[in-house]
Design a protein around this ligand. Sequence first.
Ligand code: MG
Length: 159
Amino acid sequence: MVHVGIGYDVHQLVAGRKLVLGGVEIPHTKGLDGHSDADALMHAICDAVLGALGEEDIGHYFPNTDPRWKGVPSKIFLEEAAKQVAKRGGKIVNVDATLIAQAPKIYPYIAEMKKCIAAALNVTEKQIGVKATTNETMGFVGREEGIAAMAVASINLPE
Ligand code: MG
C-alpha cells in the first residue's frame, strides 16, 4: 500500500554560516542557522519520509539539544529515515520538494541536490523532485530572513 507523508521546515538566514541546501554548499552572503548544518530541504524531506511511516518527526530522532547532532551534515538524518523505511520492508516510491528562497538563485544547484538526496535515501535521482521558487519579495522569505522548504514522500509499505 502506498503511504504519503508531508514535511515542512524553515531556518533563519544569518551571517557567518554556510548555506547548505539538499546537501550542496551554495555560495551566499548568509547561511542557515541551526543546530546541525540547518539544511531545511533535507529536514523537510526527512519529515515527509518519517510522516509516511506514521513516525515521529526529525526532532524526536535528532533533538537539537543533543551535542551528537551539532554541526552534522543532514544527510545522516535522511539515511536514518531510509533505514526506518527499510526496517518496515518499505520502498520509497518518490520524493518531491519545493524550496522557497528569495536569494540566492537555486536552479544551478538542483541537479547536484537531487544526487545528494538520492544517495542519502538510497534511491535513484529520477525518484527525487526538487523545485525552487521565490516568495515574490513578500514575508520573511521575501525579506531574506529565512529559507523554507516543503516536501512530500510516497512509500510503498507491505501494509
Ligand atoms: Mg530544521
